[in-house]
Ligand binder design. Structure first.
Ligand code: DP6
Length: 326
């Protein structure tokens, strides 16, 4: 038995995961592709202790309860079953970025938890197996396990995990997250997925995903933002089209979300290479080349309604900070 601390970065999807083929196993309706975000981190410590009656989970400075606690406990139950142990654990997790605003906190949370919980239990999983385990906690978490740019595909439990398509130092692409609100979103992505099939546009989006994936994957390999940017924007709009037209409708955008999207288009007309994507929240991720990041950041900060801008390049994979076996 032991104690382990792991660190993970969230990721921003360039081709999104929206809708599930299997709800219990988090098998996605379509493959997705993302970049880990170096500047944002989740650090999680898991310590198994004999004699504990139940798992205690602290997220930030608060004890987790309800659905958040239940998700962590059932993930630990998976790890306990793999390791053949019964001990309950103390889990402490901390993000250095705001949760619940479309910044994918569940991705880094379940990636870091999977590594810390397995290592503290004395298990050494391969990267593929760790990504697969993280997927069971939260689908997008599997993409935060390998470093850099990752592709999540595979349609069965055994084959559905993320693999690296390019390392973080392959390309200094930059994500500038225009924060337009720090408020918690009303419907999280975890609950939103189930609504995707109720939209008449869900199938239409799925039909274009294979082409978008090919374009974005080769754009990353060739370091060609101009080639892949329009496909990234298109998929974000297609996903939000599905969200808005599902029953009930999900409308994540705020007025400032649209303002940033329009500004990005006008800067592009001026020749600045920048593209926008949005997850299940109102904040806008603006993608540009590292050399243009300072310019884009200054422009974003000048826009009314932009409260803050987070700047990140490609991040590493989920990694261990320390561990002790007792
Ligand atoms: C909009 O991974 O949070 O961010 O598997 O139910 O935990 P669960 O969902 P989650 O969904 C992420 C959705 C998204 C798009 C993406 O990251 O691909």
């Amino acid at each position: 038995m032991g104690k382990a601390t792991a660190i993970a970065n969230p990721n921003i999807a360039f081709v999104k995961y929206w809708g599930k083929a299997d709800d219990a196993l988090n098998l996605p309706a379509n493959p997705s592709l993302s970049m880990n975000l170096a500047a944002l981190t989740t650090v999680t410590t898991v310590e198994y202790r004999p004699g504990l009656q139940g798992d205690t989970v602290t997220i930030g400075d608060r004890l987790a309860t309800g659905q958040a606690l239940a998700r962590v406990v059932s993930h630990l139950d998976r790890v306990r079953a793999m390791a053949g142990i019964e001990q309950r654990a103390c889990i402490a997790s901390r993000n250095d970025f705001p949760a619940g605003t479309g910044l994918a906190s569940s991705a880094s949370a379940f990636a870091a938890l999977s590594l810390a919980a397995t290592r503290a239990a004395g298990l050494h999983l391969s990267e593929d197996a760790l990504s697969r385990l993280a997927r069971l906690g939260s689908g997008s978490a599997c993409r935060s396990v390998p470093a850099g740019f990752t592709l999540w595909e595979g349609d069965r439990d055994e084959t559905s995990y993320a693999r690296q398509i390019a390392s973080p130092d392959h390309w200094a692409l930059c994500d500038l997250v225009a924060i337009v609100t720090h408020e918690h979103k009303p419907v999280g992505s975890h609950d939103g997925h189930a609504l995707a099939p109720t939209s008449p546009f869900h199938r239409a989006r799925l039909a274009v995903v294979p082409d978008l994936l090919t374009t974005v994957e080769s754009g990353i390999r060739e370091r060609d933002l101009r080639a892949m940017g329009p496909s990234i924007e298109l998929d974000a709009l297609a996903m939000h089209g599905v969200m808005m037209t599902s029953r009930p409708s999900l409308l994540y955008w705020q007025p400032a979300t649209l303002l940033v999207m329009r500004a990005v288009r006008s800067w592009r007309r001026e020749g600045l290479e920048v593209y926008a994507t949005i997850d299940a929240g109102p904040n806008v991720h603006c993608l540009c080349l590292g050399a243009d990041a300072a310019d884009v950041e200054a422009r974003l900060r000048n826009l009314e309604g932009v409260e803050d801008v987070l700047v990140s390049g490609p991040g590493g994979g989920t990694r261990l900070v320390e561990y002790h076996l007792f």
